[in-house]
Write a protein that binds this ligand. Structure first.
Ligand code: C5P
Length: 222
């Protein structure tokens, strides 16, 4: 079988990264979490105090920024200018601001370039919002993964508990819905199902079931 590129897109907290990691591990592919890159530049922008609404200011900041994804056992490490920010980028502070940063054309152009370089010539499982539509348009397998917003909020709530984050469920649900709206309505590469993507509703699927569904599709296409 051939190593293929697998693109997994979908709204926030649909389980994309959990499932993508499992599939990558089983196939011996690299896992690339593109959301982490948008989160990293957002963290830097917040710390630098730039005007988050400005495409130009974001561009200037980016020109002076290095973002690296380092594959590690069971996932990836995110380096921002050499510093490990893997935990810091998961905070509510970053989560609330990321969709505004990710809407900028200059930001997306740079990230897509980096992502395409990371995927070049190897088996990858890449998750995000625009992977099937823009980053890896030739991917052999594209999956659009979703679940009801209630279920996604509940899952994020459970995941947060383990990391001692105590944001109330209602607040999580509102934040997720708001982020989906911004990601779907932005002008540049909005969140959208690619025409040739397989739709996977995980509302009533376990992690094991969802991973198995993707493994089956991957085997058919590799
Ligand atoms: O996947 P995650 O929830 O970590 O993504 C955080 C944010 O990064 C998304 O809400 C979206 O604004 C942005 N993003 C994007 N394109 C991607 C991946 C993430 O715009 N490919």
């Amino acid at each position: 079988t051939n190593a293929i590129q697998i693109a997994i897109d979908g709204p926030a907290a649909a389980g994309k990264s959990t499932i993508a990691k499992i599939v990558a591990e089983k196939l011996g592919y690299v896992y690339i979490d593109t959301g982490a890159m948008y989160r990293a530049i957002t963290l830097k922008a917040l710390n630098a105090g730039i005007n988050m609404a400005s495409n130009e200011e974001a561009g200037v900041l980016l020109a002076d920024t290095e973002i690296d994804l380092i594959p590690i056992e069971g996932g990836q490490k995110v380096l921002l200018d050499g510093e490990d920010v893997s935990e810091a980028i998961r905070s509510q502070y970053v989560t609330k601001a990321v969709s505004e940063m990710a809407a900028h054309e200059l930001v997306r152009r740079r990230m897509v370039e980096l992502q395409q370089k990371l995927a070049e010539g190897r088996g990858v499982v890449m998750d995000g919002r625009d992977i099937g539509t823009h980053v890896l348009p030739a991917a052999a397998l594209k999956v659009f993964m979703s679940a009801s917003v209630e279920e996604r909020a509940r899952r994020r709530f459970e995941e947060n508990k383990k990391r001692n984050i105590t944001t109330p469920l209602e607040e999580l649900q509102a934040e997720i819905a708001q982020r989906d709206k911004m990601d779907s309505e932005r002008e540049v590469a909005p969140l959208q199902q690619a025409q040739d993507a397989v739709y996977l509703d995980t509302t009533s699927l376990s992690i094991t079931e969802a991973a198995a569904a993707i493994m089956k599709l991957a085997e058919e296409r590799s």
